[in-house]
Design a protein around this ligand. Sequence first.
Ligand SMILES: NC(=O)C1=CN([C@@H]2O[C@H](COP(=O)(O)OP(=O)(O)OC[C@H]3O[C@@H](n4cnc5c(N)ncnc54)[C@H](OP(=O)(O)O)[C@@H]3O)[C@@H](O)[C@H]2O)[C@@H](O)CC1
Ligand SMILES: [K+]
Length: 481
Amino acid sequence: MLRASDHILTVRQMQAAEQALIDAGGTNEQLMQIAGKGAAEWVWRIAAGRSVTVLCGPGNNGGDGYVIAEVLRQRGLVVSVVAPADPVSAAAQNARASYHGHIQDNYRKAQADILVDCLFGTGLSRGLSNELVEMLEELASWHDFVIAVDLPSGVDSDNGALLSGIPHYDLTIALGAWKWAHWIMPAAQYMGSRQLVPIGIDASNEADFTTPRLLSKPRFDAPNAAAHKYSRGLVAIVAGDMPGAAQLAAKAAMRGGAGYVKILTGGRQLDAPSELVVDSRPLSEALSDERISALVAGPGLGTGARSQQVLEIVLNWPRDIPTVLDADALNLIGKVDWPPPSERTFVLTPHSGELAQLRSAFEPPDTKGPLASKVHHTIELDWMTDATIVAKGPDTIIFNRDLGMAIAPPASSWLSVAGTGDVLAGIIASRLATGADPFVAACDGVWLHGRAARLAGGITGKPFTASELAGRVAQAYAACL
Ligand SMILES: NC(=O)C1=CN([C@@H]2O[C@H](COP(=O)(O)OP(=O)(O)OC[C@H]3O[C@@H](n4cnc5c(N)ncnc54)[C@H](OP(=O)(O)O)[C@@H]3O)[C@@H](O)[C@H]2O)[C@@H](O)CC1
Ligand SMILES: [K+]
């Protein structure tokens, strides 16, 4: 399920949303009070009586900082402000005038427990000077807990690039709406945990087809009383040179909602566990089963001549069997022609290397824009293929130009192990088989995969195998019932 409050905005959209509030009778000062007080609640909870340094810059982010400092001061915390530049906007000047606490003239004397970075937010237009980078680094190093207000000072809000060096934060408090940098690499890895403080803007008013939402937990129903295995959907997994990958995808698909999963070996013999159904007829014959409602091709497929023939059959199959293409299937596109536009439903799940290979296969015009190149490349690939794209990584992007864009919060870094992509392909196919549209199926699949990884890692976040991951999909599914 994607919530309207989870829209991720550009700076321009954010400014338009703020302007709409001002046009409706609000003022910058009121917005700053709401934002600063909302952020102060988080700092207050974290500080739990400890002392706080607030680093205030010249813009409205600095203005928020003065509001935060005054709220905490009035509640009795030991607060000091470090202000390397005077406020320039009227709202920030008013906020400073309303702050009645201590202003530290030498930042090296600011030795508190909590650091609140209000140096720059969405108005950052270039990297920080060396002096400011050094100040931020030093302050961060001698405070126990470091909080960024709206954004860490030094990141480009729209594309997540680091314009200058930044420390690692323990918490980032987003004001009004999520920005791209909160969820897109490289900036996303510096944010620590993230909290959103509402300030009354309606982010959905600013959304267009490239405005993503943050992925949130889906909701599923248990099968109805009349359900049987075929009505719940039949997933077929095409096995290739390395059939273990197909078995992993099948293990995951069996736990992702579909009622029936089988492996198509295309005439090869396969020793599979008894719980797996193996169809070893020639592929064209096996695919003629009208009950198949989703297909996976690519995991363990191989890249030789036989694998190419298999992919040709899959890509050009005349009936719309919604199909997830992963791994070797993605690597073979280019050698095997992409089919002409049709009613077929494809979901492509490239990681960064496969995304680059697909770009070289399709040679899209090199679009440059304000967003991260991964975002532009994902959009391009959707246009070239008419497929739903799941661009995997620590900042997984799911995109279908007619259905929407979502970004997944970072999942366990232990997912960086062989076979986890096969598991994801199996789960997405399972969701497709139940009748979900390709965008929803991809979102559901990515969410279940991330949750299964958390369950497989346990409370200590230990390493896990892809098979253990697949085994946890049912538990992840149960959380959505
Ligand atoms: N609008 C609203 O109603 C609300 C906004 N809110 C808050 O405002 C924040 C956005 O505020 P903002 O637009 O004033 O930008 P902000 O990031 O504070 O800094 C801009 C200043 O910094 C300067 N500057 C830039 N880069 C620099 C550099 N590298 N080194 C040195 N200077 C640099 C730049 O000057 P210039 O680029 O012109 O040289 C300008 O003076 C937003 O993140 C949120 O926290 C909330 O309170 C909710 C209501
Ligand atoms: K900041």
